[in-house]
Structures are given as structure tokens and as C-alpha cells.
Design a protein around this ligand. Structure first.
Ligand code: AP5
Length: 218
């Protein structure tokens, strides 16, 4: 599981980590944005919350996640990104995981500072087709506003403006930070300094995951 403030690099790391380790990346934010894109009933209801930086009501997100975790590809392992966001969702997740006889091996808490977060989110560019992340300065695409992977157009997320970012940070502090203690108590949380280079963060995540599956590895 990935935990951390908006802009810590959860989506960026999740994409690299899941393809390196061979697990499926499940992002509630990505699923919600897909619903918004196709104008589904869920997407229409969720959009208002997302655009102002609030959490989408638990029952909507939880139903969506529960369905996603029933799919076959989850059996080879999965990386959860964006869920849970509060203690109620964490309790619900424990129940869902029990039902599918799965458990969380490790929680990567990607910790980033506010100036870094604001700089990253105000410059983020996302591929409209494959969802790859870029950044105007930190990780610019090779061709202006086009995705390196699939050549599709890049766009700026509607919630990546300074006002909404500040609301998202407040919501994170109020609702989500209590999960740090929740998973610390379970003994599965590891803090990673996410202010630094993306490759360094990824290497640390992979090495921690390898140690869990092979405790003799140093
Ligand atoms: P969600 O999509 O989950 O957004 P978030 O948590 O705000 O996180 P972000 O996607 O903004 O940041 P990230 O950590 O993934 O950063 P990234 O890797 O892109 O949720 C969006 C909304 O959906 C919520 O506000 C809510 O409304 C709703 N929602 C979702 N889940 C929900 C739930 N469970 N319950 C209720 N509501 C829910 O990186 C950011 C930028 O930085 C990129 O440009 C990247 O290129 C760059 N970057 C990344 N790492 C580095 C690095 N190490 N060095 C330099 N640049 C970097």
C-alpha cells in the first residue's frame, strides 16, 4: 500500500514499482477520473468533490474498490494507491481483504514537504490515454505536451491548482494522517523520504519489498 500526501509521488512510484515487481496498480483516484471521463453516474457524483479537493463519500469509493478487488488480476498481488483515506475506510478494507483472503504486506509511507508538494502538483502533466505522469520541469516529456510512452496529449488535472491543492493538503492532515499510526501499530509501515530523486525512492521501495519476501536479503 502507498500512503502519503498529494504530490508525494504515489502515482509515479506505483507505476514503476508495479511493473518492476509484477503486481497490479489499483488507484482509486485513477478509477474515479476514468468514471468522470466517461460521464458515468458515479463520475458525475464524484466530480464536484474531486474538483474542490474533498474526499468522495466513503460508500461510493468503497463499493468501487470492493468490485475492483474481486477481479482475477488481483491474485498475483496488488499495490493500493489512494485507499484508504481515513480510519473508516481502513476498517472497511480490513473486512474486504479478509473476504478475499488477502493481506497487506507493507505500507510505504511516502513523506514529502509542502513546498515540494506545491511545486510538483502545479507542474504535473498527465497523459490523457495511458495516465503516465510528467512534470513541466522535473520530468518533462521529450516532445512538448505529448506522452513519451503513447504519444497522446498531456493535460493538467482540474484539481492541480493552488487553492484546491491547499484544500487537499488540509483534508490529508485531518483525515488521512491518522492512518500512519494505524499501520504503525500493525507493524507494517515504513517511512520513506519522498522529497528526493524518484529513482532513489523506487530503489528503496523495491529493496524493502524484496526483504519481505526474502528476509535473508541485505
Ligand atoms: P488521488 O488521485 O489519489 O490524488 P492525491 O492523493 O491527491 O495524490 P496525487 O495523485 O495528487 O499525488 P501523487 O502522490 O500520486 O503524486 P504524483 O506521483 O502524481 O485523488 C484525487 C481525488 O480523488 C481526491 O482528492 C478525492 O476527491 C478522490 N479520492 C481518491 N481516492 C479516494 C478515497 N479513497 N476516498 C475518497 N475520495 C478519494 O507526482 C506529482 C508530480 O510530481 C508529477 O508531476 C510527477 O512527475 C512529479 N514527481 C513525482 N515524484 C517526483 C520526484 N521524486 N522528484 C521530482 N518530481 C516528482
Amino acid at each position: 500500500m502507498l500512503l502519503g500526501p498529494p504530490g508525494a509521488g504515489k502515482g509515479t512510484q506505483a507505476k514503476s514499482f508495479s511493473s518492476a515487481v509484477g503486481v497490479v496498480h489499483i488507484s482509486t483516484g485513477d478509477i474515479l477520473r476514468e468514471e468522470v471521463k466517461v460521464n458515468s453516474a458515479l463520475g458525475t457524483e464524484a466530480k464536484g468533490y474531486m474538483d474542490r479537493g474533498a474526499l468522495v463519500p466513503d460508500e461510493l469509493v468503497t463499493k468501487m474498490l470492493s468490485l475492483r478487488l474481486q477481479r482475477e488480476d488481483v491474485k498475483k498481488g496488488f499495490l493500493l494507491d489512494g485507499y484508504p483515506r481515513n480510519i473508516a475506510q481502513a476498517g472497511t478494507l480490513d473486512g474486504i481483504l479478509k473476504g478475499i483472503r488477502a493481506n497487506i504486506d507493507i505500507v510505504f509511507y511516502l513523506d514529502a514537504s509542502e513546498p515540494v508538494i506545491i511545486q510538483r502538483l502545479t507542474g504535473r502533466l498527465v497523459c490523457s490515454k495511458c495516465g503516465a505522469n510528467f512534470h513541466i520541469k522535473n520530468m518533462p516529456p521529450k516532445v512538448d505536451m505529448l506522452c513519451d510512452n503513447c504519444g497522446s496529449k498531456l493535460y493538467q488535472r482540474s484539481d492541480d491548482n493552488v487553492d484546491t491543492i491547499k484544500t487537499r493538503l488540509k483534508v490529508y492532515l485531518k483525515e488521512t494522517t491518522s492512518l500512519i499510526e494505524y499501520y504503525q501499530k500493525k507493524g507494517i509501515l515504513t517511512r520513506i523520504n519522498a522529497d528526493g530523486d524518484a529513482d532513489v525512492v523506487l530503489r528503496e521501495m523495491i529493496s524493502l519489498a524484496e526483504k519481505i519476501h526474502d528476509p535473508h536479503k541485505v
